[in-house]
Ligand binder design. Sequence first.
Ligand code: GDD
Ligand code: MN
Length: 369
Amino acid sequence: MYDLTIIIPTFKEESNIGTIILEVDTVLSRNAINGEILVVDDNSPDRTIEIVRNLKKSKPNLNLIVRKEDPGLSQSVVEGFRQAQSDVFLVMDADLSHPTALITVMLEGIHAGNDLVIGSRYMEGGGIKKWPLKRRIISMGATFLGRFLFPEIHDPVSGFFAVKKSVVEHAPLRPRGYKILLEVLGKGTWQKAKEIPFEFVDRATGSSKLGGRTIIEYAEQVIDNARFSWNHHESIIWQEWVKLFKFGAVGLSGIIVNEGILIYLKGYVQLSLPVASIIAIELSILSNFILNDTWTFRTGQQHAMPHWWERLLSFQVVSIGGAAINFVILNALAAFTGVDYRVANILGILIAFSWNFWVNRRVTWKKSE
Ligand code: GDD
Ligand code: MN
């Protein structure tokens, strides 16, 4: 048994595999970590396997799995999870894109009680070196989609992460494509995750095998994970659904508040319609805020905006933005397309609702880090 298993998936990495193994091994021995290095190769036709076998002669902690069926990066990582001889796994690429210097930091994060420690490119201190524009755009799209499921996580598609065995042990993972981390986040059993920024350095030699097919697989994977949570209420994604439902329920309650106050102020107090309506709108925004603050987004944790009045101000601004979105969509569709104004309004409401939820979730009620 080891204290840590470094899982390195490989396919045609003859130019990098020797270097990465030596680098990892140096980190392990310098820090007196009893670690296993597990290379999971998809039967590479180049010299990758031969190089690992040769190194293995002098390194008893180096192990190799050669897979012959169902090739794929994610599948290989999951095979690594199955055969690893420790309770902590750290997944990293072979092409020197991930800094081995962070191995100790990530392991410390696990020992500090995190179920997952993620090497993140998309947070302060992190970044990407030498990526073509096209690759950057694809990656940002993937990250954006992933953040719908995990709003707290900056880089849910990173290929560099450490995870406790207990997180993935019983998880019904359906590995495919490149984004194994998303699958682990969606289906694994975990509570606490931490991110550590790092700078991704694109490979100097060899080539990435990420292609058009990967993008489609990824979209399927996102949908599959969202669906999975629907009947697995212990999953982290389910907690997002719950917030969305609550936020929707609060929105509906706001309609009743708005209408009730309007009737009262116009009919009984006999204020003019514009004045009554402004007050009714504002009071419904306030009641929505109170319900969302004390119910929808109530957590044990600190908010990034610690004072209630900061959150109120933010919510107020977002609500005005939402109303503007509703207004513009309704009027633009009605004026420039043949869409019936009633249908246009429903569309406007839905888009404004999505905006309200998304921005409030990510800004107003963001958790502090
Ligand atoms: N076993 C196996 N099978 N390994 C593979 C396969 C495969 O089919 N395809 C790629 N690998 C290995 C590579 O040899 C390398 O060690 C690692 O997986 C990453 O492959 P790259 O092709 O270099 O990936 P990338 O640089 O485009 O993507 C990286 O960044 C993404 C985030 O943008 C990876 O870390 C991805 O996992 C990550 O999502
Ligand atoms: Mn790479």
